[in-house]
Design a protein around this ligand. Structure first.
Ligand code: 13P
Ligand code: ZN
Length: 270
């Protein structure tokens, strides 16, 4: 059996957490990632039958029964994942209709998965229903998107249109737009359910005054979505206090749709 520390999925997870920390999106223990793996991928690197511990989840997610996830630990710092992946990450199998997670590797200090596990698992279920290739849910605290939720309307169409207008490629990268939740108590099943509901129609969900969720088929896609939205928010925060002289018009957005073969969220362009 191969050493799990050499597994491409583990190496990519370590690189991604390090990169996110370096971007300033994950101060202290801020942020969390879950990456769905197939049994074949896991079996190459570990004994899928040997359960180290069973950890209750506090929710149900029958769609995810039997699925494997590499996930960041609660209270763990992204900056430390590269130095001790076995402490800061865990590999779990969802069982009992989602009520329990069997720990197969990691969390060696007795830790457990992120407090945002409900939002992650419920979002996986929601995204898998839209796109069976979805593998990643990623949460972080990007500075400018967070700042934007203090000064911009939280109306989803208005929020999305502002981001699209900030960089030409935004509409190409996230034509489905950005959904927005009001401030809610984090780490609860309620915010998990609300996030999953929003994930049905977009791969990006803003948690007002808190952060952002991104979903994708791989770590690169989820990271790239967040990176692009955060760049747009940065531009917005640089110009919001200045007179607006130019913008990207809806006609120009339609040209982008044609050039890149994307379709903007229904009703979001005139
Ligand atoms: P965890 O340390 O439990 O992952 O929580 C971090 C966070 O960002 C909460 O929203
Ligand atoms: Zn958070």
């Amino acid at each position: 059996m191969k050493d799990i520390l050499t597994a491409p999925f583990l190496i990519e997870m370590v690189r991604t957490t390090t990169n996110m920390y370096d971007h300033g999106w994950d101060e202290r223990n801020g942020g969390n990632i879950s990456l769905m793996l197939s049994e074949e991928e896991v079996a190459e690197y570990g004994d899928v039958k040997r359960v180290l511990r069973t950890i209750p989840t506090g929710f149900n997610a029958p769609e995810l029964d039997g699925k494997y996830f590499l996930v960041t630990g609660t209270g763990k710092y992204f900056k430390n994942v590269q130095y001790a992946p076995d402490v800061n990450l865990g590999l779990v199998k969802i069982v009992d209709g989602g009520a329990n997670a069997q720990l197969l590797w990691g969390f060696t200090d007795g830790g457990k998965f992120t407090s945002e596990f409900p939002a992650h698992m419920m979002s996986h279920a929601a995204r898998l229903a839209v796109n069976p290739a979805n593998r990643v849910v990623m949460h972080c605290h990007p500075t400018n998107l967070l700042a934007m939720t203090y000064v911009h309307s939280l109306d989803e169409k208005a929020f999305t249109r502002t981001l699209w207008q900030m960089c030409t490629e935004c509409i190409v990268v996230f034509p489905d737009g950005v959904n927005v939740l009001p401030w809610m108590l984090c780490g609860t099943n309620e915010i998990g359910e609300a996030t999953a509901e929003k994930m049905k129609t977009a791969r990006l969900v803003v948690w007002s005054q808190h952060g952002l969720y991104g979903a994708g088929v791989d770590l690169d896609e989820a990271f790239g979505l967040i990176e692009t939205a955060e760049k747009a928010a940065e531009i917005y925060m640089k110009i919001a206090h200045l007179p607006l002289v130019n913008t990207i018009t809806d006609d120009q957005m339609h040209l982008l749709e044609g050039r890149f073969g994307v379709k903007a969220r229904e009703g979001y362009l005139s």
